[in-house]
Design a protein around this ligand. Structure first.
Ligand SMILES: *[C@@H]1O[C@H](CO)[C@@H](O)[C@H](O)[C@H]1NC(C)=O
Ligand SMILES: *[C@@H]1O[C@H](CO)[C@@H](O)[C@H](O)[C@H]1NC(C)=O
Ligand SMILES: *[C@@H]1O[C@H](CO)[C@@H](O)[C@H](O)[C@H]1NC(C)=O
Ligand SMILES: *[C@@H]1O[C@H](CO)[C@@H](O)[C@H](O)[C@H]1NC(C)=O
Ligand SMILES: *[C@@H]1O[C@H](CO)[C@@H](O)[C@H](O)[C@H]1NC(C)=O
Length: 373
């Protein structure tokens, strides 16, 4: 994980520094010390977002590649697809999540649990107590650091900011109430409750669903083209007005992600591993995983190849008096599946063609594989 996310993190910090230089009324980042206090945790948060992205898309054609993480920088490649909407949301959520956790753990001097409701009646039989996670702080920090990357005023920046916000709302939507019983000998006649962050995995799962339901932003093209900036803004506002803040949005349709495209920084699915049958023995594959060979290979015009891989591990461990444990080394062969290019020689179409050509003379060339790899 480490080196891959560096460009993203570095560019993020670079932008944050630029941003903090010009935001005068920035109450949190009043100096380099304040900046450094949070920057490290912001990086950790962004990393956890990207890690979750890789987990969520592990068996998808697009698998959250490093190239996707540099889209927030202002290079010419910035696109706003369904997938980049997820990257924005999960990064903003990761930062909010980590900073909120930091706050509850007492990592920062100036913030702690959200005790605004402590002692108040929450509902029938319970009062607010304990340590509610202070999501307001995390939300603020995520806005300060992540939203600062969007310094443009175009529709792309607006879309990215919207998706950052959707990521933060995902955390609010997945928070849960946790309670503790009190009362005579644990009778639970009274409970104290607090709001608690979910596992970050739940946030990832929630946003993966949102990714599937993401909406394309349709703008009034005539008004956009008019060149009049008031009209332009108006068209943008109209387009946004009918989309709930919780939904992910995008501007451009995604490529099919089957083929390699260096310009877009896409690897394609050739060589990717997929899951066939019930999984690799240690665990049961999910439905989504079990269809991965079709999705990654067959639907992309590739075939599935089998590879037998030997895994050596410790086994038959015995305890010897006294005090050693001796193990044997056992080799286990597992079958793994990968997408590979079809052998074009064997396709009926080309076979026929070559046979015809072959009649003319002995000169026959093996067809070279097309494309570059
Ligand atoms: C915030 O939390 C992250 C993850 O738990 C941790 O790596 C980081 O060191 C924390 N920040 C501080 C200032 O303690
Ligand atoms: C969040 O930011 C707002 C303004 O930006 C500020 O008024 C509020 O006190 C901040 N809350 C926390 C918990 O930092
Ligand atoms: C890569 O994507 C760009 C932009 O969509 C497209 O113009 C180009 O033809 C693609 N290249 C290949 C080799 O498919
Ligand atoms: C996989 O599923 C089968 C039945 O569906 C179950 O018997 C088995 O214990 C599961 N294996 C693992 C590793 O979860
Ligand atoms: C036949 O081979 C050529 C290259 O020699 C290739 O471009 C073409 O796609 C192949 N046709 C089929 C049906 O695979």
């Amino acid at each position: 994980m480490g080196p891959m996310i560096k460009p993203f993190i570095l560019s993020m910090c670079y932008h944050v520094m630029l941003a903090s230089a010009w935001s005068v009324n920035n109450f949190l980042m009043t100096g380099p010390k304040a900046f450094l206090t949070y920057a490290g945790s912001v990086q950790v948060g962004a990393q956890s977002g990207i890690q979750e992205c890789k987990h969520q898309f592990g068996w998808d054609r697009w698998n959250c590649p490093e190239s996707a993480l540099q889209l927030s920088t202002h290079n010419g490649l910035r696109s706003a697809t369904r997938e980049t909407s997820f990257v924005h949301a999960i990064s903003a959520a990761g930062v909010m999540y980590t900073l909120t956790k930091n706050c509850s753990m007492g990592n920062f001097e100036n913030c702690g649990c959200d005790d605004s409701k402590i002692g108040q009646m929450g509902g029938r039989g319970w009062i607010w107590g304990g340590c509610s996670d202070n999501i307001m702080f995390g939300e603020n920090m995520s806005k300060q650091f992540v939203d600062a990357l969007e310094n443009g005023h175009d529709s792309r920046a607006a879309v990215n900011l919207h998706n950052n916000e959707a990521g933060r709302l995902a955390i609010k939507a997945t928070m849960r109430r946790a309670c503790k019983c009190h009362g005579v000998s644990g009778s639970c006649s009274l409970q104290t409750c607090w709001m608690q962050l979910p596992d970050f995995r739940s946030v990832g799962n929630y946003l993966k669903v949102k990714h599937g339901q993401a909406k394309k932003l349709e703008m009034d093209k005539r008004r956009m083209r008019a060149g009049n900036s008031a009209d332009h803004r108006g068209a943008l506002t109209d387009a946004f007005s009918c989309i709930p803040r919780t939904e992910l949005i995008y501007l451009e349709d995604s490529p099919n992600y089957c083929e390699r495209n260096r310009t877009l920084g896409l690897q394609g699915t050739e060589g990717r591993e997929c899951v066939q049958g019930g999984g690799d023995g240690d665990r049961n594959a999910t439905q989504w995983e079990r269809r991965s060979c079709r999705r990654l290979c067959h639907d992309c015009g590739l075939r599935v190849v089998e590879k037998r891989v030997e895994i050596v591990s410790s086994c038959n461990c015995k305890f010897h008096w006294c005090c050693t444990v001796k193990c044997e080394r056992c080799a286990q062969t597992v079958t793994k599946y990968y997408c590979a290019r079809r052998e074009r020689v064997r396709t009926p179409h080309n076979k026929t063609r070559r046979r015809h050509r072959g009649r003319g003379g002995r000169k026959q060339f093996k067809p070279k594989p097309v494309g570059s790899s």
